[in-house]
Design a protein around this ligand. Structure first.
Ligand SMILES: *Cc1c(COP(=O)(O)O)cnc(C)c1O
Length: 388
C-alpha cells in the first residue's frame, strides 16, 4: 500500500489548491499593472490578520530576516534589550541581537514552560533601562505558547518606553493575537508557517511608537530598511524586485486568513491541536511535552525506551509522513506535529494512526482496535472545527 505524502512539520506546511495553482502560472514582471493590483490587494488585506491599523510590510527573506528587520529598524548599538529565551528561536534572537552589538539580558525560561508573569515582572524590574522586550508568541522548538498579552501589559507598566517585539511566526493567523489591542510594537510573521505558502517571505508591522523609533535608530540597515520599503510601497512597488510568485500565492490564500474566516482558521488550528493531544494520550500513551501547549504545533513525549529520531525516520520512510524531531537536549525525546497549513481531517488523523503503527513496528505495542477507535474518535472531534 502506498501512502500519500503528508507534510506535518510546523513549517513548511502543506499548500492549499489555489496556492498550488498560483505557483504553476507563467511568470509576470513586477512592474506591470497586473502585479501592482496583486501587491495592493495583499498590503490592504494583511492588517486584518495582524489586527492592526498600521501598515504591514512584506520582505523577501525567511522569518529570521523578519526578526533581524525588527532589530535593525528600531534599535541602536549599545541599546539594552530583554530577550525571553525558552527554546531555539529565543536563542536565535538573542544571538542575532548580540551580533549587532546590542546589550542582551536573557530571561531563561525552562523549555516547555510558559513565561511566568511574576518572574517576568521581577526580570524587568532588574533591568529598567531596556529599550525593547523580545519574545516568541509560540516557541516552536518546544511547542509552547507564551502569555504575550499579559507580558505586554506588564512591560508597559514597568518599562513604559520599551518596545514590545513579538516573533509571532507560528502564532499569528493560528492563535488569537491582536497587535493594536494588546499594544504590541513589532509583530513578525513568516510565509511558510500560518500563512500557508512556501518559505521566503517575512511579514512585519510596526506600531506608531516603533515607527518613530525607526526614524532615529542607528543600527546599520540597507536591504531591510523599512523606511525605504514604505516609500516604495506608496508608489505601489517593493524596495527591491518583488517576490512575485510568493506574493501572488499570498494574495490567493489570504481569504482563508481574513474577514469571516480569520477566527475559523484559528479555531481550526486549536481543533487539530486538541484532537492530536487527546488521541495521542488516550490511544498511543504519548503525553504532551509542553505545560502551555500551542494550538499551532504539538510536541509529544516519546516513551523513554524508544528513540524518537528513529520513529521520525521510520514514519517518513515507511508511511510517507514528515513530523519533526526535538532539537538539542530534546533530540530523540519528543516529536513535533504541526497544525498549520492546508491540513485535512484525514491528514491529521492518519498521522496519529501511522505514528501508532510506527511505534508498533518498534515493538511498542498498541492494540489495533485502539488505532481503529483513534481514527473514529479523531474524525468525530474534528467535525466541530472544519477547515474554513
Ligand atoms: C520558523 C520560525 C522562525 C523563522 O525561521 P526561518 O527558518 O528563518 O523562516 C522564527 N521563529 C519561530 C518561532 C519560528 O517557528
Amino acid at each position: 500500500m502506498t501512502h500519500p505524502y503528508r507534510l506535518m512539520a510546523p513549517g513548511p506546511v502543506p499548500l492549499a489548491p489555489e496556492v498550488l495553482k498560483a505557483l504553476s502560472e507563467p511568470m509576470i514582471h513586477h512592474r506591470t499593472p497586473e502585479f501592482d493590483q496583486i501587491l495592493s490587494r495583499v498590503l490592504k488585506a494583511l492588517p486584518d490578520v495582524f489586527q492592526t491599523h498600521q501598515r504591514v510590510f512584506v520582505q523577501s527573506c525567511t522569518g529570521s530576516g523578519g526578526m533581524e528587520s525588527a532589530l535593525v529598524n528600531c534599535l541602536s548599538h549599545n541599546d539594552e534589550i530583554a530577550v525571553v529565551v525558552s527554546g531555539k528561536f529565543g536563542e536565535r534572537w538573542a544571538k542575532m541581537a548580540d551580533a549587532y552589538g546590542l546589550i542582551v539580558h536573557s530571561l531563561n525560561v525552562d523549555w516547555g514552560h510558559a513565561v511566568d508573569i511574576r518572574q517576568f515582572e521581577a526580570f524587568l524590574n532588574a533591568h529598567p533601562r531596556v529599550r525593547a522586550v523580545l519574545t516568541q508568541a509560540c516557541e516552536t522548538s518546544t511547542a509552547t505558547l507564551h502569555p504575550v498579552r499579559e507580558m505586554s501589559e506588564i512591560t508597559r507598566q514597568i518599562v513604559p518606553e520599551a518596545l514590545v517585539m513579538v516573533d509571532a511566526i507560528t502564532a499569528l493567523g493560528a492563535t488569537p493575537l491582536s497587535m493594536d489591542e494588546w499594544k504590541l510594537d513589532v509583530v513578525i510573521a513568516g510565509s511558510q508557517k500560518a500563512f500557508m505558502i512556501p518559505t521566503g517571505l517575512s511579514l512585519i508591522s510596526l506600531s506608531q511608537r516603533a515607527w518613530q523609533a525607526a526614524q532615529s535608530a542607528r543600527l546599520p540597515r540597507f536591504y531591510l530598511d523599512l523606511r525605504k520599503e514604505q516609500t516604495s510601497n506608496q508608489k505601489g512597488e517593493t524596495f527591491f524586485s518583488s517576490n512575485v510568485a510568493l506574493i501572488k500565492a499570498l494574495d490567493r490564500v489570504l481569504p482563508r486568513l481574513t474577514g469571516a474566516n480569520r477566527l475559523g482558521q484559528i479555531a481550526r488550528c486549536d481543533g487539530l491541536a486538541t484532537m492530536t493531544r487527546k488521541m495521542a494520550e488516550r490511544y498511543l500513551g504519548l503525553a504532551t511535552y509542553s505545560k502551555s501547549p500551542s494550538p499551532s504545533v504539538t510536541a509529544l513525549v516519546v516513551p523513554s525506551q524508544i528513540d524518537g529520531t528513529l520513529v521520525r525516520k521510520n514514519l517518513e520512510a515507511k508511511y510517507n509522513v514528515t513530523v519533526m524531531d526535538g532539537q538539542d537536549h530534546l533530540k530523540g525525546k519528543i516529536l513535533r506535529i504541526g497544525h498549520l497549513g492546508y491540513i485535512t481531517d484525514d491528514d491529521a488523523v492518519q498521522t496519529l494512526v501511522l505514528l501508532g503503527k510506527t511505534l508498533c513496528d518498534l515493538n511498542y505495542n498498541i492494540p489495533l482496535d485502539d488505532l481503529g477507535a483513534l481514527e473514529r474518535e479523531g474524525r468525530d472531534l474534528l467535525k466541530a472545527t472544519p477547515m474554513p
